[in-house]
Design a protein around this ligand. Structure first.
Ligand code: THU
Length: 145
């Protein structure tokens, strides 16, 4: 299996662990690092809806808490209504990171000077684009120098 397909499968497996009783929309994210490590996350919602956290935010904070500061080479996402085991069933259009998550991904990418490929899984296809295309002219750590 190609690396993108493996990462998309990891994202889909992570979506099983989503806590999304309010939206009923399960999302899994999988980050791939230059050393081969994969760090996953799933969305975590809250009864106070606005406090909900995206799958990417969980994956990024897990990775950073493990001490990672860069080396991010790819990110895969899978989102959809859950099947019987809670795994997102992707729809016809890929789920791509929300604006806040694009900014969070940019921070981790910038630390290691990479432009990770973002992979959105749809039912029958994958959308693959560089993060810099999703967030051009990004604000980042260098702006604070
Ligand atoms: N969600 C993500 O986990 N990642 C995104 O990039 C977009 C949205 C989650 C948040 C919420 O729990 C659910 O999807 C519906 O918006």
């Amino acid at each position: 299996m190609a690396a993108a397909a493996i990462l998309a499968a990891s994202a889909r497996a992570a979506s099983r662990r989503a806590y999304a009783p309010y939206s009923g929309f399960h999302v899994g994210a999988a980050l791939m690092f230059a050393d081969g490590a994969i760090v996953t996350g799933s969305n975590v919602e809250n009864a106070s809806y606005g406090l909900s956290l995206c799958a990417e935010a969980i994956a990024i904070t897990k990775a950073m808490d493990e001490g990672r500061r860069g080396g991010l080479i790819a990110v895969a996402l899978a989102g959809g209504k859950p099947d019987a085991v809670g795994e997102a069933v992707p729809g016809p259009d890929p789920v791509m990171p929300c604006g806040r998550c694009r900014q969070m991904l940019h921070e981790l990418a910038r630390l290691g000077d990479t432009d990770p490929e973002v992979i959105g899984a749809a039912a029958a296809s994958m959308l693959r684009v560089p993060l810099s295309t999703l967030l051009p002219h990004a604000f980042g750590p260098a702006n604070l120098d």
